[in-house]
Design a protein around this ligand. Sequence first.
Ligand SMILES: *[C@@H]1O[C@H](CO)[C@@H](O)[C@H](O)[C@H]1NC(C)=O
Ligand SMILES: *[C@@H]1O[C@H](CO)[C@@H](O)[C@H](O)[C@H]1NC(C)=O
Ligand SMILES: *[C@@H]1O[C@H](CO)[C@@H](O)[C@H](O)[C@H]1NC(C)=O
Ligand SMILES: *[C@@H]1O[C@H](CO)[C@@H](O)[C@H](O)[C@H]1NC(C)=O
Ligand SMILES: *[C@@H]1O[C@H](CO)[C@@H](O)[C@H](O)[C@H]1NC(C)=O
Ligand SMILES: *[C@@H]1O[C@H](CO)[C@@H](O)[C@H](O)[C@H]1NC(C)=O
Ligand SMILES: *[C@@H]1O[C@H](CO)[C@@H](O)[C@H](O)[C@H]1NC(C)=O
Ligand SMILES: *[C@@H]1O[C@H](CO)[C@@H](O)[C@H](O)[C@H]1NC(C)=O
Ligand SMILES: *[C@@H]1O[C@H](CO)[C@@H](O)[C@H](O)[C@H]1NC(C)=O
Ligand SMILES: *[C@@H]1O[C@H](CO)[C@@H](O)[C@H](O)[C@H]1NC(C)=O
Length: 554
Amino acid sequence: QQNMTSIFLLTGHLIVLIPLFSTERCVICDYFVLVGEPTALTCPIITLPVLHSDYNLTWYKNGSATPVTTERDARIHQREGLLWFIPAMLEDSGLYECNVRSLNYSSKKTINLTVFKNDNGLCYNGKMKFEQKVMSTKTGKIICPDLEQFKDEDNQPEVHWYKECKPGFLEDKRLVLAEGENAVLIRNITVQDRGNYTCHMVYMYMGKQYNVSRTISLEVKEKPLQTQPEFIYPRNNTIEVELGSHVVMECNVSSGINGLIPFWQVNDEDVDIFDQTYREQFYEEVLPHGLAVSGTKFNISKVKVKDYVHKFFCHFIYGSQQFTAYIKLEYPARNIQGHLIGGGVSLVFLVFFTLFIYKIFRIDIVLWYRDSCHPFLGKKVSDEKIYDAYVLYPKHRESCLYSSDIFALKILPEVLERQCGYNLFILGRDDLPGEAVISVADEKIRQSRRVIIVLVPEPSCYSILEDESEKQLAMHSALIQDGIKVILIELEKIQDYAAMPESIRYIKQKHGALRWKGDCSKRSHSASTRFWKKVRYQMPSRKSGSLSGLRLLP
Ligand SMILES: *[C@@H]1O[C@H](CO)[C@@H](O)[C@H](O)[C@H]1NC(C)=O
Ligand SMILES: *[C@@H]1O[C@H](CO)[C@@H](O)[C@H](O)[C@H]1NC(C)=O
Ligand SMILES: *[C@@H]1O[C@H](CO)[C@@H](O)[C@H](O)[C@H]1NC(C)=O
Ligand SMILES: *[C@@H]1O[C@H](CO)[C@@H](O)[C@H](O)[C@H]1NC(C)=O
Ligand SMILES: *[C@@H]1O[C@H](CO)[C@@H](O)[C@H](O)[C@H]1NC(C)=O
Ligand SMILES: *[C@@H]1O[C@H](CO)[C@@H](O)[C@H](O)[C@H]1NC(C)=O
Ligand SMILES: *[C@@H]1O[C@H](CO)[C@@H](O)[C@H](O)[C@H]1NC(C)=O
Ligand SMILES: *[C@@H]1O[C@H](CO)[C@@H](O)[C@H](O)[C@H]1NC(C)=O
Ligand SMILES: *[C@@H]1O[C@H](CO)[C@@H](O)[C@H](O)[C@H]1NC(C)=O
Ligand SMILES: *[C@@H]1O[C@H](CO)[C@@H](O)[C@H](O)[C@H]1NC(C)=O
């Protein structure tokens, strides 16, 4: 079956395929015809080059010694070297013989004619199809083949076309009838154009009409979409490789063309010159849809330092043009992002931790800083003050639980003066008897850097009246005139500040107050306790003089 179709295909392209017809090619050559249609058989030998015009060709029916008649009106006759069946009948199927004789040459050939009926419901027989293939996107041409013998001397036969045995498909604007060639042109042909095309013509012989038909099975092959070759890889990219690692350097090109040869170059020379161990390997593979991939690759078994220096270029040449793409090796970047994130997190954490630590140890840090760094910071401009603090306290309150006298006259000087080296002015200790309290206070406060006010709950034990003017004056100076900082020290929890002067309430609200939790015994008090650290923190930093002794305290 296969063979038959292919041979028939050959007969269909008789003109083109003449050289293929040799006596060697087919022992018995096959011919086909549809019942009711005329056909003219050619003797395959006549194409041999040994023959010249001077020869006699004779047709015989199988085994018969008498030649086929040359009577023109016989249904089967021979004329001009051809064996005619006008028309062919089913019983004509069989073997025929052609004899060729010239002066110095004689040969004969047997052919096998088969007469087919149309397939059921079709205008052709599926075994009798000519096959034709065209590429899509081009203009396709369907030729009605093998009509040479049926041409009238004067006029071209009129050919009608059918697709799947139906007329009318020529209304498609893409299709054009090429009259002189018995052909149909299909522009912008697509896969939808494949199918069975039948051409029909009417042959007039001896006043009678006969149908001659040919059926072409048109196959439309999809053209590769891309004809211009292009790089699949590399794409002018970089890759990160470790020094000493193994890398396969691959370059590949996709195209509709076979035979492109890409090649690697580096530093303007071939890679195998750049490094003897780099051996290129070329490969080519054909993918479906007619696309081809051409590639070349080589191994860098151990990446060396020099491999990072140059770009590796892959070239191919297409139509006198050179195309290039490159790849560059790079050292792997450290995971910068990860480090940034990690660093950011730890930085934030560090900041929070520092703030946290500072919040807790602020006082210690400041005190330590003052002690350790102050001497190196150079002398501050003198503020012309004599006292570090002016101490105000309610006097003579023996009746109360906490003796403000003991605190102000004993404990405070013990710690701040003796241990920390501050210079205090304590009203009632440092003022001269008989001096006017108010004028002394005013003057001394101006000469002080801080005002320490010792508070006791009011009016539990005592009236504040006695000290009112003094306190008010101190407050006034501290807050308004000189901006002197006030340190409030409560000797006892003060439940109700409402009874206090307004300025004290203001300070309490703004800066808070320190509460003394110790007892008023005369035992030694350490400047390193929490309370005294807070006091020292609020005190000015001492201008000079080291207090090495302080740090030795437990
Ligand atoms: C051809 O002729 C031979 C004898 O010459 C005969 O045996 C054979 O059957 C014939 N074949 C056909 C198809 O007629
Ligand atoms: C061909 O046949 C004719 C007669 O039928 C004869 O005269 C002629 O010589 C033949 N030619 C050759 C080449 O055999
Ligand atoms: C037959 O003769 C012709 C000249 O008449 C010659 O050219 C040709 O080669 C010969 N063929 C063979 C097969 O001898
Ligand atoms: C002739 O062709 C028909 C159909 O292809 C086949 O069945 C038959 O066997 C052929 N005959 C010879 C002698 O080859
Ligand atoms: C064929 O396709 C081209 C572009 O795709 C278009 O310009 C042209 O009109 C088409 N021709 C026909 C006959 O459809
Ligand atoms: C062409 O005809 C064959 C039968 O001979 C059929 O199987 C096939 O589907 C037809 N092709 C198209 C595209 O219709
Ligand atoms: C030729 O074919 C046409 C249509 O295909 C048909 O009508 C007509 O009868 C046929 N003629 C002969 C002589 O078979
Ligand atoms: C082309 O080369 C790249 C890089 O080596 C590879 O990943 C890809 O599979 C190759 N493509 C083809 C079709 O060979
Ligand atoms: C590259 O190395 C691989 C194994 O890693 C090997 O299969 C391949 O043959 C090598 N190619 C060349 C060109 O040396
Ligand atoms: C890649 O680089 C080559 C040469 O440097 C250049 O000719 C080409 O256009 C580049 N290709 C792309 C896709 O950038």
